[in-house]
Design a protein around this ligand. Sequence first.
Ligand SMILES: Nc1nc2c([nH]c(=O)n2[C@H]2C[C@H](O)[C@@H](COP(=O)(O)OP(=O)(O)OP(=O)(O)O)O2)c(=O)[nH]1
Ligand SMILES: [Mg+2]
Length: 139
Amino acid sequence: MNEISTVPHKIIGVAVIWNNQKQILIDRRLPKGTMAGLWEFPGGKIESGETIEECIEREILEELGIKIEVGKHLITIDHTYTHLRVTLTVHHCRHLEGIPQAIECAEIRWVSVDELDDFTFPEANVEIIAALRKNQNNN
Ligand SMILES: Nc1nc2c([nH]c(=O)n2[C@H]2C[C@H](O)[C@@H](COP(=O)(O)OP(=O)(O)OP(=O)(O)O)O2)c(=O)[nH]1
Ligand SMILES: [Mg+2]
């Protein structure tokens, strides 16, 4: 057997959704399944024929029931967990309409960039959060 990785690869659109108070929306994953109970930035798998921006807009409507405007690209992370490889394409987004609801997650919160330290995220998110800190003043 060779060493070429055969773990499943998921292409994910991820949203850093800002409100007018300079807060970001985070959600807590369900208590069962992959990365159970960890906090994340909302998003999900790209569907065929979709751009990453369309994917993000659709996922946010499905998962949280809100309308957003997808803006600037923040960072793309390619990360391999033990049994899964993910490519996370992260965009800054602006909350436009609707009150976020925990439709497909356990809990949601608006937090400041500084408060992100108080929540446990998957390993791949360390770099996203570092990029957010750096970009804090020019988004
Ligand atoms: N949405 C999101 N996913 C993340 C982040 N960090 C991170 O490692 N991931 C991983 C967790 C999941 O394996 C994958 C997101 O895929 P998903 O939301 O479509 O998949 P899932 O595991 O929740 O559910 P499923 O539909 O595959 O059953 O990316 C993040 O900040 N946001
Ligand atoms: Mg998801």
